[in-house]
Design a protein around this ligand. Structure first.
Ligand code: FES
Length: 587
């Protein structure tokens, strides 16, 4: 494909404008090395750290897309590991059984008197009045669908059903479900990468990018465009008229929520030394306010957030898991770019967020990739030969290792006595799979011949340290919440694992490396995408709208970094698997 570029702009900028996905974990600062591309022709490359791009790579024609300025015609080849990749569809959600009570009210209009009443009680556009008059004249009846939040008529129809759309706006992926609001059926689900990733894969990079209204709008548009494209695909596939979508419910973390509604998100990255007050109210908009391509008057309900790091996605998790209906405290963990952890039941919830993501999203790890086609997602090590057996997403040659693969790998290396309790390789093991590499000791998971990149896929001692670092903060978050509520591992009877990543997590491996404590008396349930679950439930049920708002109000959040016990708990995780009180069976 050919695109025009203005002289002096970087390859990454050109790709962003042309909607071409190049990974940009650090937001284009030249720090992550994930935007490597192969070029032939006119570019000028700014100097970069040799650990990010080596002289050998530069000699072969590789540049960092964010540091390479276009100065003439240039051919760019984007290697698979630098592309967004093909998203693994992570749309599974274990929904509770509910009674469908559509949010919009249906008002039957039988004569002109009803039309007059309608326009005196509700805001109603002139064209809808005309539509109602026409239906009454020709058919003797019409139905008006009223948005109770805006007290406005969304549309007037001859009869029946309106459709709803539930959206999970994740930092990495956007998932959209098309719903029949009458029967409660989830007609279909589609997902796509969040195009905001072109502005940085982490939240802070994106917030830092939104320095003015124009840039904030750019970020908002990046999400809305993906939602519109997914809605369009779903409607085409199922023969649904987009204009008959009257309700869109959206859930996302607090930063994604702010960026979706176009609110200034900078407050979220202000001093981490002070807690930030977040309103636990939902955002209520109309589709035309933000350019959603459904009925222009459609109600857009954005699930409320309850803290700087506890967004509508967590509220969605809670109502999907049914924590708000439980009598005994349960634990909920949503592992994504960050790990959100909540303890609670009925009318109280205590939650926090641990910065788990970078390693589990493959950031900062030598062969780390997200859960895309070609990622090694699970690993077992043969205890005799120490050779790895692995499973690859999409059954293709592996291009790297994703989060669940890393957790398995560290667990398997530990259980098989290849690494010690501090994550260091035992130096006296003789094996063709363990060797000294440029970053110290490493274990070869897949050789260059087996891999799809032509390079060995390895896990280094440094990678293991990063995984231990991430898992320690997740475990510290759980431990701190339990301590605050005077609960120990024996008292928790139910653990809910949510989130796309959680769905593919091997719980035994997560416990073996000390990411999740042992809960000897607990039943473990996988909820799947609870954020999407929350958006679906609040599209189909008035009671769940109320539940979401109560949960947001009744959730207290702890900022982990401000907790005086955090460092102690976190450091305890650096001896695998972790503290005896959290791993009673292991010890
Ligand atoms: Fe280019 Fe990170 S190094 S986006």
């Amino acid at each position: 494909m050919a695109v025009k570029a203005s002289k002096g702009s970087t390859i990454l900028d050109v790709a962003r404008k042309a909607n071409i996905g190049i990974r940009s974990v650090c937001g284009g600062k030249g720090l992550c090395g994930k935007c490597k591309v192969l070029v032939k022709g006119g570019v000028e490359h700014r100097l970069a750290d040799k650990s990010i791009i080596s002289d050998e790579e530069i000699g072969k024609g590789y540049v960092l897309a964010c540091l390479a300025k276009v100065v003439g015609d240039v051919e760019v080849f984007i290697p698979s590991e630098s592309q967004f990749g093909k998203a693994k569809l992570l749309s599974y959600v274990n929904l509770p059984k509910i009674e469908v009570e559509p949010i919009l009210n249906r008002i039957t209009i039988s004569d002109y008197f009803d039309i007059v009443k309608l326009s005196s009680f509700y805001r109603v556009d002139d064209d809808l009045i005309r539509k109602a008059e026409d239906f009454v004249e020709r058919r003797g009846k019409a139905i008006a669908f009223v948005d109770p939040f805006h007290n406005a008529v969304v549309d007037v129809k001859e009869s029946g059903v309106y459709y709803g759309v539930a959206v999970d706006v994740g930092t990495t992926k956007i998932v959209v479900a098309l719903l029949n609001t009458q029967s409660g059926e989830v007609i279909d689900v589609e997902s796509e990468f969040n195009k905001q990733m072109m502005y940085g894969e982490d939240i802070v990079s994106r917030i830092s990018y939104a320095t003015n209204d124009e840039k904030l709008k750019e970020l908002q548009k990046a999400v809305v465009d993906v939602v519109n494209a997914l809605v369009n695909d779903l409607c085409r596939k199922h023969g649904v008229d987009k204009k008959s979508i009257y309700h869109v419910s959206v859930a996302g973390n607090t930063a994604m929520t702010y960026l979706f509604v176009g609110a200034n998100p900078h407050v979220l990255i202000q001093s981490f030394k002070q807690p930030v007050k977040i309103s636990p109210k939902p955002y209520i908009l109309r589709a035309s306010d933000i350019g959603l391509d459904v009925n222009r008057n459609a109600l857009v309900y954005v699930l409320p957030c309850s803290g700087r790091f506890l967004g509508g996605d967590v509220v969605g998790d809670i109502i999907t898991a049914g924590l708000h209906l439980m009598d005994e405290p349960a634990l909920l963990i949503d592992i994504g770019t960050n790990a959100e952890v909540v303890i609670g039941c009925r009318n109280w919830f205590l939650g926090t967020t641990a910065p788990a993501g970078p390693a589990f999203e493959g950031w900062g790890l030598r062969c780390g990739v997200r859960a895309v086609q070609g990622a090694i997602e699970s690993v077992e090590i043969d205890s005799n030969t120490l050779k790895a057996r692995y499973r690859v997403i999409g059954n293709v040659k592996p291009i790297g290792i994703c989060g669940s693969g890393y957790i398995d790998l560290v667990a398997q290396l530990f259980i098989n006595g290849v690494i010690d309790a501090q994550g260091k390789f035992y130096r006296d093991i003789e094996s063709p799979y363990i060797r000294r590499g440029p970053d110290g000791y490493e274990y070869v998971v897949a050789s260059a011949e087996e891999s799809g990149t032509g390079r060995d896929i390895v896990i280094t001692e440094k990678d293991i340290y990063n995984v231990i670092d991430s898992k320690s903060s997740v475990c510290a978050a759980i431990s701190i919440l339990m301590k605050r509520m005077h609960l120990d591992v024996h008292k928790i009877k139910h653990v809910f694992i949510c989130g796309a990543f959680g769905r593919y997590l091997n719980i035994d491996s997560a416990i073996a490396i000390g990411m999740i404590p042992e809960f000897p008396n607990a039943e473990i349930s996988f909820i799947g995408n609870g954020s999407l679950g929350g958006a679906i439930l609040t599209t189909l049920s008035k009671s769940y709208v109320q539940a979401a708002e109560n949960v947001a109000k009744n959730t207290a959040s702890i900022e982990l970094m401000l907790d005086p016990n955090f460092m102690e708990e976190y450091e305890a995780g650096f001896i695998l698997p972790g503290k005896q009180e959290l791993f009673p069976i292991w010890w």
